[in-house]
Design a protein around this ligand. Structure first.
Ligand code: GLU
Length: 303
């Protein structure tokens, strides 16, 4: 396996480290630049002559490219740099590892931004060959798509303004305005009567963050892994409360009946967890925004 960091990426790591020291442990910069978004990119050995009895994969092989649905506004996870149009982050690396085992180099990947509310449609209509984007595995979704994984487990948490002392956990949201994302599990959770929150529903996480900064809402809820990225982007302005109140196991989404592809993706995930690529990618991305590394349990479930 070849692993390489570009000189630019190295420079960015150094810049981040300097900022982290200056801000007491938080990585990121105060400006609009997206720290952590393009710091890590590895090459993975591309498998040859891959034969999998999957209609999705066979179509991709014929086309010579594979289309992968991802997020574009989640620093350290799935982020598209507007200056270069390149995607980076932990989910992007996971997507690349799988693609390599299926026989596709990074150059043969067509990343497609797909927001939370249209994931099931994009997968079931074949607009993407698979999807890697903070996608929680659950029974409701399994009615429409299938999942390989989990490759990571997050938990819903709260992002608040740094000086907010009133919100200390999900039980302090009575009457508070809380922003979350249409089609996401944390939005479903926070709508439960017991929290008493007034929800503000958006399609993009970046809009929730904007509304938190300008005072339109009091908090943003989604997975801690995502929120930590936003907090790291704006040190001194936003913080994560740190009391996760759900479990969000991340899976790779794919067409419901494509068992052969699911098995191949499961095997790919297991391979890269075993050979260390996974841990390196984690430490180069999510680890930088403060999510501690936890080795995923293997073997992964097969069904
Ligand atoms: N993991 C949650 C979900 O799948 C929230 C993050 C997201 O919207 O992607 O709904």
């Amino acid at each position: 396996m070849r692993m390489r960091k570009t000189a630019a990426a190295g420079a960015m790591v150094l810049a981040l480290a300097a900022t982290a020291t200056a801000c007491g442990g938080q990585s990121g910069s105060a400006g609009d630049k997206q720290p952590g978004s393009d710091v890590y990119s590895a090459d993975y050995t591309v498998a040859k002559d891959v034969k999998v009895d999957s209609p999705t994969l066979q179509k991709a092989q014929k086309a010579g490219k594979i289309t992968i649905g991802v997020k574009a506004d989640q620093p350290f996870l799935g982020f598209k740099d507007p200056a270069t149009n390149t995607y980076s982050g932990f989910d992007i690396e996971i997507a690349k590892m799988i693609a390599a085992d299926l026989g596709f180099s990074a150059k043969q990947i067509n990343f497609q931004t797909v927001d939370s509310n249209v994931r099931e449609t994009a997968i079931s209509k074949g607009q993407v060959d698979y999807y890697v984007g903070t996608y929680t595995i659950n029974d409701e979704r399994k009615k429409q798509v299938s999942f390989a994984g989990p490759y990571y487990t997050a938990g819903a948490d709260l992002l608040v303004r740094q000086d907010d002392k009133a919100i200390t956990g999900p039980d302090t949201l009575q009457g508070k305005k809380v922003c979350s994302i249409v089609g996401s599990t944390p939005l479903q959770e926070i709508k439960k009567k017991k929290y008493g929150a007034v929800t503000n529903e958006q399609a993009k996480y970046s809009d929730c963050v904007k509304y938190l900064l300008d005072g339109t809402v009091d908090a943003v809820t989604t997975d801690d892994a995502i929120l930590k990225g936003y907090a790291a982007q704006r040190p001194g302005k936003l913080r994560v409360v740190g009391k996760a109140f759900t479990k969000e196991p991340y899976g790779v989404g794919l067409a419901k009946d494509d068992k052969a592809l699911r098995d191949a993706i499961t095997t790919a995930l297991e391979n890269h967890i075993k050979n260390g690529d996974y841990k390196k990618a984690y430490q180069g991305t999510l680890g930088k925004s403060g999510s501690a590394y936890v080795a995923p349990e293997t073997p992964l479930p097969r069904y």
